[in-house]
Design a protein around this ligand. Structure first.
Ligand code: PLP
Length: 433
């Protein structure tokens, strides 16, 4: 597969090129030049074959010829070593739990796959590869764990000081080894800007071998198709349209959903479910894209003012608002609505949802009110409720049970380095270490 830039001015590249560069040299984002549909017979087979085999078949066209089949098989098998669970709360409301990986959030899919793919691509390189990642919460831990002890690679994580939960912070600031966490005195958008500036800095790139692990990296999006297939395997066959509600921040998750739909999976529409950082739902209503500064909310992994996958989303819809509206419906939730939704699903179904998932359920309920014709909703559950215990407690009055792998981290000392939002400080750090 060849990859093209959404800005259209960079040469086509291979998966290796797209993965190691992250951002295209023209400032655009890489997309596969084509996404081939699977036949109905192939899709039917997806229901029967072992999951690893299905993931392998889904990703193979995107990785050929860069990655030999046996290597790709191993990457898939090692990366996706945890289950995707479907919980049906009612015939019309299904929750797809994507948080059964090591860091209890859906980002494990992308990060574990990308880390192994990059590890393969840098074998035999002389220079150490530095992976830069800005995180508003869960990316940091998923990426840190994905890359921990991968030879030839170090990871530098930037995160906004005091804007993420302690559980999130401890998961990536306590690891040490090839993982460094920088605690930035600013917002997530500041972190993202510093990372973008580093990639655009030619002098720096000549001296350091940099790449990105944010969802701008196409290698993170590819494995996010897998769980759409997992849903397809587990959902009861129904004649009503399937609506997939995606709790969204940088819109990588929703972009991967569009990939999966282009493969032929039967999704009628996606819902862009956001918190108060609602640039995309506002765009869908008004036709104008007006990003704003990020504001802090209870679903902090989605506190993104200017979603970095927006150009991909537009491109996949041929840059026409009518097409975007056909495929995506938008809805935002306030913090109050998020709490109410958590309370409602607990009260009604005895199901504990984390605040991000609650934003997704809220959006599905809003969709259903506006579209009373029969349909079934699939809400992507992006994080385990224990990662946001304080907010969950606020919503339902009890604390969610703490899984042991999360409890372990809370007792370890934080090893992060404080840093300002000044680009020169950051650059000096990268060059000095
Ligand atoms: C990252 C994240 C999201 C948002 O995903 P995007 O791909 O950035 O839209 C939602 N929920 C949780 C828990 C996350 O960590």
């Amino acid at each position: 597969m060849r990859y093209r830039s959404t800005s259209g001015k960079a040469p086509l590249t291979s998966l290796r090129g797209a993965t190691l560069r992250g951002l295209a040299p023209d400032g655009g984002l890489y997309l596969p030049v084509e996404i081939a549909r699977h036949t109905p017979e192939e899709l039917e087979e997806f229901r029967r074959l072992p999951f690893t085999e299905v993931c392998f078949r889904v990703v193979r066209p995107f990785a050929t010829p860069d990655v030999p089949e046996e290597v790709l098989w191993q990457i898939v098998a090692e990366a996706i070593n945890f289950p995707v669970k479907l919980v049906s709360l009612s015939p019309a409301l299904h929750i797809l739990e994507l948080f059964h990986g090591p860091t209890l959030a859906f980002k494990d899919f992308g990060a574990r796959f990308m880390a192994r793919l990059m590890g393969y691509f840098v074998r035999g390189e002389e220079r150490q590869l530095t992976v830069l990642v800005a995180t508003s919460g869960d990316t940091g831990s998923a990426v840190a764990h994905g890359f921990l002890r991968v030879p030839g690679i170090r990871v530098v994580i930037l995160y906004p000081s005091k804007r993420i939960s302690e559980a999130q912070e401890k998961q990536f600031t306590t690891l040490g080894e090839n993982i460094t966490a920088l605690e930035i005195s600013g917002t997530f958008d500041d972190c993202q800007r510093l990372v973008k500036q580093a990639f655009a800095d030619e002098a720096l790139n000549q001296r350091a071998f940099l790449t990105s692990a944010n969802s701008i990296n196409v290698a993170r999006l590819l494995p996010q198709m897998f769980y759409h297939v997992a849903a397809y395997r587990q959902l009861p066959v129904a004649s009503v349209p399937l609506i997939v509600s995606v709790p969204s921040g940088n819109f990588g998750n929703l972009t991967a959903g569009l990939f999966a739909k282009r493969l032929g999976l039967p999704v009628s529409r996606f819902i862009a479910a956001t918190n108060a950082n609602d640039a995309v739902p506002r765009y869908l209503l008004s036709g104008e894209y007006k990003p704003k500064e990020a504001v802090a909310t209870y679903s902090n992994a989605m506190d993104v003012g200017n979603p970095n996958n927006f150009p991909r989303l537009l491109d996949l819809c041929r840059n026409r608002i009518e097409n975007v509206r056909k495929e995506i419906w938008g809805q935002s939730a306030t913090d109050e609505e998020t709490l109410q939704q958590m309370h409602y699903v607990w009260d009604r179904f005895r199901y504990i949802s984390d605040p991000h998932t609650a934003v997704g359920i809220h959006a599905w309920e809003a969709y259903r009110k506006e579209h009373p014709e029969p349909s079934q909703g699939l809400v992507l559950a992006t994080a385990h409720p224990a990662k946001f215990a304080e907010i969950v407690q606020k919503g339902i009055g009890i604390a969610p049970p703490l899984p042991s792998r999360l409890a372990e981290y809370l007792n370890r000392p934080k090893l992060s380095l404080p840093m300002t939002t000044n680009y020169d400080d950051f650059k000096q750090f990268l060059l000095a270490h």
